[in-house]
Design a protein around this ligand. Structure first.
Ligand code: ADP
Ligand code: MG
Length: 704
């Protein structure tokens, strides 16, 4: 890809010193198939071998150092497994012990002559003496002449399996050493000369050599910068190019009017004034849906910011223009609730709203299919069942996907087939995504943000309790119930053992029933093993305030709206991720009453869980939470990003390189503004490399 000739595509087994066996390990363990794959297998760290230390200067453990001196004595000590070779090594400032447990014979041979050596290793303090176990011994006279600079020794990630087969970091570093001189001259450039020289970026060829064997520290950091730049710049360029292609490829339905459905509802039935953020977002989206291009948009808004009503207003605009809409939710409970809410809102409007899920009976299903095809149904609400092939619409114009992280990309892509002109798509998410991540993960979508909560909401008070506070907790819950309020209690779900989760939940239920006895208190319970009807029954009891406490596993995580519930108790809160905790907290604080979130945990907490719980106590702001989450866990673990593949950066880091993300995004944007086809001669290298990236990436092919 970087080159004009095929040398880089040579299978890795043809590299000197590799051979079929090691090639097999490289392929299986590191996905290194070709010369190029090895070239792009960057080291994670370097050891500075440019400097020789004095023994007297050794102060701390842990860092690799290099010493120069002579072996003054050497003896075998210990028995059997404790048997080791101990040598005294001296320079002009002091002595240090060198110790070998293995390869003793080989070392003894090496040490026979009283010559000068360079010793390389990690000093540790043992019995008040510095020593180095299994140091590397280098004879300065016989140091091989190398074609690459070797002052900095690269360290590569390996696996146990690879190490057992002899492919350790050192072996990889040797392979790279023999690779670099061979391939250096075929590495072409992929940035335009003006970008490269304007930013003073190191040429690609040099960067790829220096990332492995840098000439000096400065060259290393320049190489890192160059490669990070490329990764981020081309990712952004690809996303923007896809966005551009989509808008050219797909014409959109033109929603040209705002008519009676919207206006009548707005004037007569809107249950509360919209927030300014809701109004702004509706305007933004309306403009987009009227523009003639197909909309692909992400609507971001913290839990409770009122995304549902916003989506409904837009569905009314679709109706005004003669189109059907559908709303998909990730769970049956959530879909049901959306259905109930929207039906209630629209009860005085002449519109037909229907529900479809996996549990819809065959007869009803047939009836729905018919009514969808004839256009009698205006809004269809449901689960994954909506995207099945037999669900055909007369003219589907607008699709809303709630809490998208539960929907796979392929599922989303199926929507495109529902009409000859693809519908406008609005993906709603309550998971606040840090800016850099959103730019990268959703770089081909337009973004709207509801950044304001409805008025009169009191900030939720969050506290962290331990098991010893249980009585205090129960007392507090009783007071809240006496005020007429309701309570959620959530137990963690560990996927590996649903049985055990259920045990936790059941044990919790037992204990709670003791502390909150009938007839004064009624408890409900919901979990993933229940049939949809049973779940629904329990949910309805809670919504109608027939039960005061609802115990559940995380099934209630997303979207449930019970304004009278004021307390969210999270059991074993340390077992939840940050964004999940924030989602759970968002289930309360929806009415005008003061609400609380109590995080229960065990006494022993890891540092990271403590930071998570502290973050929850200290802020209610979803974006702040998302940023902390990103810092604690790294982007790869964030919800919804796992399968995306686009976050698999080799060297760039969305957290640490935030500025570079923004910079490359802007640069890519202005490049495409000036040369959308990348057809100007100076942009030819960029165009060539981009074309290859676009060909390679299956994931993005499916979205468009
Ligand atoms: P989310 O964005 O988390 O999906 P919802 O759409 O469920 O939030 O809305 C949360 C609650 O706020 C609901 O009870 C809804 O009726 C209410 N709500 C939404 N918009 C407003 C508003 N502008 N003013 C007052 N309450 C609102
Ligand atoms: Mg919602």
């Amino acid at each position: 890809m970087i080159t004009q000739v095929n040398l880089l595509e040579t299978p890795i087994e043809f590299l000197k010193g590799v051979g079929p066996k090691r090639a097999d390990i490289l392929r299986k363990e590191f996905e290194i198939f070709t010369f190029e794959d090895l070239l792009l297998y960057y080291p994670y760290r370097h050891i500075d071998k440019s400097k020789i230390y004095h023994i007297a200067d050794i102060q701390s453990e842990g860092a690799y150092i290099q010493l120069k001196g002579k072996i003054v004595s050497c003896e075998l000590v210990g028995q059997q497994r404790g048997k080791r070779l101990v040598a005294q090594f001296m320079d002009e400032t002091g002595t240090i012990e060198l110790v070998w447990f293995n390869g003793i014979k080989w070392v003894q041979d090496m040490l026979k002559e009283n010559r000068e050596f360079i010793v390389f290793g990690k000093p540790t303090l043992f019995n008040h003496h510095w020593n180095i176990t299994h140091p590397e011994l280098i004879d300065p006279k016989t140091q091989p002449q190398s074609l690459v600079p070797t002052n900095f020794q690269p360290l590569y990630n390996t696996s146990d399996k690879a190490k057992r087969a002899g492919v350790d970091s050192k072996a990889i570093s040797k392979m790279v050493m023999s690779l670099l001189p061979q391939v250096k001259d075929v590495i072409g450039e992929r940035l335009s000369e003006d970008i490269r020289s304007h930013l003073k970026l190191m040429p690609l060829k040099e960067a790829l050599c220096n990332i492995h064997y840098p000439a000096d520290m400065q060259a290393l950091s320049q190489a890192q910068l160059r490669l990070k730049f490329d990764e981020l710049f081309f990712t952004q360029l690809k996303l923007l190019k896809l966005k551009l292609l989509n808008s050219q490829k797909y014409k959109g339905h033109v929603f040209s009017v705002v008519g009676d459905y919207f206006n009548v509802f707005y004037k007569n039935y809107l249950p509360f004034p919209l927030t300014n953020a809701q109004k702004r977002v509706i305007k933004e989206i309306r403009a987009d849906m009227g523009s003639g291009r197909q909309m692909n948009r992400l609507l971001q808004g913290d839990v409770g910011s009122g995304k549902t009503i916003t989506a409904l207003m837009l569905m009314l605009i679709a109706k005004d223009n003669g189109f059907q809409s559908c709303l998909m939710a990730p769970t049956e409970i959530l879909a049901t609730q959306h259905f109930e809410t929207i039906k209630r809102y629209l009860s005085s409007m002449n519109m037909r709203v229907e529900f479809l899920s996996g549990s819809t009976k065959a007869a009803k299903r047939r009836e729905l299919h018919e009514a969808l095809r004839s256009g009698e149904i205006d809004i269809l609400i449901g689960t994954h069942a909506l995207i099945e092939d037999e669900v055909q619409f007369k003219n589907l114009g607008f699709v809303v996907i709630d809490e998208q992280h539960r929907f796979g990309v392929e599922q989303r892509a199926k929507l495109w087939k529902k009409n000859t002109i693809p519908p406008h798509v609005l993906v709603m998410t309550a998971t606040p995504i840090p800016r850099t991540l959103a730019m990268t993960l959703y770089g081909d979508l337009d973004l709207s943000v509801i950044d304001e909560l409805p008025q009169g909401r009191k900030p939720i008070i969050t506290a962290h309790y331990f098991e010893k506070d249980r009585l205090r907790l129960n007392g507090f819950l009783k007071k809240e119930i006496a005020k007429g309020r309701q309570i959620f209690v959530v137990y963690p779900l560990i996927q590996e053992s649903e049985k055990m989760d259920l045990q936790d939940l059941m044990a919790g239920y037992e204990a709670m029933s003791q502390s909150f006895p009938l007839p004064q208190y009624a408890l409900g319970i919901v979990h993933g093993k229940m049939k949809p009807e049973e779940k629904d029954f329990e949910m309805q009891r809670f919504i109608k305030n027939q039960t005061q406490i609802l115990l559940s596993t995380t099934v209630i995580e997303v979207g449930i709206d019970v304004p009278n519930a004021t307390v969210m108790v999270v059991e074993n809160a340390e077992r939840f991720g940050l964004s999940q905790l924030h989602q759970l907290r968002g289930r309360v604080g929806r009415g005008g009453e003061q609400s609380y979130c109590i995080l229960m945990s065990g006494d022993k907490l890891t540092n990271e869980s403590k930071q998570r719980l502290d973050a929850m106590v200290s802020t209610n702001d979803g974006f702040e939470i998302a940023n902390i989450d990103l810092k604690l866990r790294g982007p790869g673990d964030l919800q919804g990003t796992q399968q995306s593949g686009i976050l698999d950066f080799k060297i760039a880091d969305l957290v640490k390189d935030e500025k570079l993300v923004v910079y490359t995004r802007n640069l890519a944007m202005s490049l495409l503004d000036n040369d959308p086809e990348l057809s100007k001669p100076q942009n030819a290298p960029i165009a060539r490399y981009l074309a290859e990236l676009m060909r390679k990436n299956v994931y993005w092919g499916m979205i468009s």
